[in-house]
Design a protein around this ligand. Structure first.
Ligand SMILES: [Zn+2]
Length: 299
């Protein structure tokens, strides 16, 4: 697993996701039947005129540029709409207002095209979200994706759309990375979540994990060599805290943490100090039987 992100400064920030070879292997598992959500067929997709060699299709909140079949375009857009609705409801208890302008999604035909557009190295697939803000308000969302159909529909689109949903909602500036990535990974299909978590027990045994306070107070991603630990521990910690008092309480904890500091927010929302959080999270992650099977996937 290798994911990275960059801060480009100014009003634009970027959430970049790269996919490793091993994560791509998760796609060979059995299909996730949850994708056939009951509301999916009710999402209306319009196919528009081609623009500059791109096929274009749209729904209420998304406009997709692609070079694929109509059926794949419809599946991508319906996954995006479903993820948006699910994640808004899950973390904020609301359906939200229509995105204007629509969130753009670019589905590239090849890794070369994706790399040329995003500057990201890519092997098997990847995703990348740009958020534009003005005066602290989100004024534009763009998602760039590339990969196999399964990876795109089960992993990268739910992940990146979740970043687009969270943008501007947790704190005054950029969503804290650990929460942003942990929440986005929880939107992926279970097999993909499991791939993120697979080395966590080894890192625990090697004493390579972060103290939880260090993780939640990090201002940006760690060095590339530590990204695997960062992603795995982030998703595990978000899942653990969400389990305690629900997703909306977790979102409130992050908002308060960004505003008043995480020690105060942790005490207010969970009644713990960081030593207690560390102890309880590790107990959950490494000594409880069902810890590796998150139940809160929103994909
Ligand atoms: Zn991400």
């Amino acid at each position: 697993m290798c994911m990275a992100s960059q801060w480009r400064g100014g009003p634009l920030f970027v959430i970049l996701t790269l996919l490793s070879l091993s994560l791509a292997y998760a796609e060979t598992g059995s299909p996730d039947r949850r994708a056939a959500g009951s509301t999916e067929s009710s999402v209306e997709v319009r196919h528009l005129q081609e623009q500059d060699g791109w096929r274009v299709a749209e729904t209420v909140n998304f406009r997709l540029w692609h070079q694929h079949s109509h059926s794949l375009a419809e599946a991508v857009l319906r996954t995006a709409e479903r993820t948006r609705a699910t994640q808004l409801r899950k973390w904020f208890g609301e359906i939200g207002v229509r995105w204007e302008p629509k969130c753009r999604i670019y589905l590239y035909a090849s890794g070369e095209d994706y790399g040329a557009a995003t500057g990201a190295p890519v092997q098997w697939g990847g995703g990348h979200t740009d958020i534009r803000t003005a005066d602290g308000r989100v004024i534009g969302r763009s998602i760039h994706v590339y990969g196999s159909q399964t990876f795109v529909l089960k992993g990268v689109v739910p992940h990146e759309v979740t970043h687009a949903v969270l943008a501007g909602r947790l704190g005054n500036g950029r969503v804290p990375r650990w929460a942003d990535e942990g929440m986005a990974i929880l939107a992926e299909a279970p097999a993909h979540i499991a791939m993120h978590l697979r080395f966590l027990p080894r890192w625990h045994a090697d004493d390579a994990l972060y103290p939880t306070r260090t993780l939640v107070e990090m201002r940006d991603y760690p060095e590339p060599h530590a990204l695997g630990v960062f992603y795995a521990q982030s998703v595990s910690l978000v899942e653990f805290l969400t389990r305690q008092k629900g997703a909306e309480r977790f979102a409130a904890f992050v908002r308060d943490g960004e505003r008043n500091g995480y020690a105060a927010a942790l005490h207010k929302h969970y009644g713990w100090n960081f030593a207690e959080l560390d102890r309880r999270w590790r107990q959950h992650a490494f000594y409880e039987k069902n810890a590796a099977e998150p139940t809160s996937g929103g994909g």
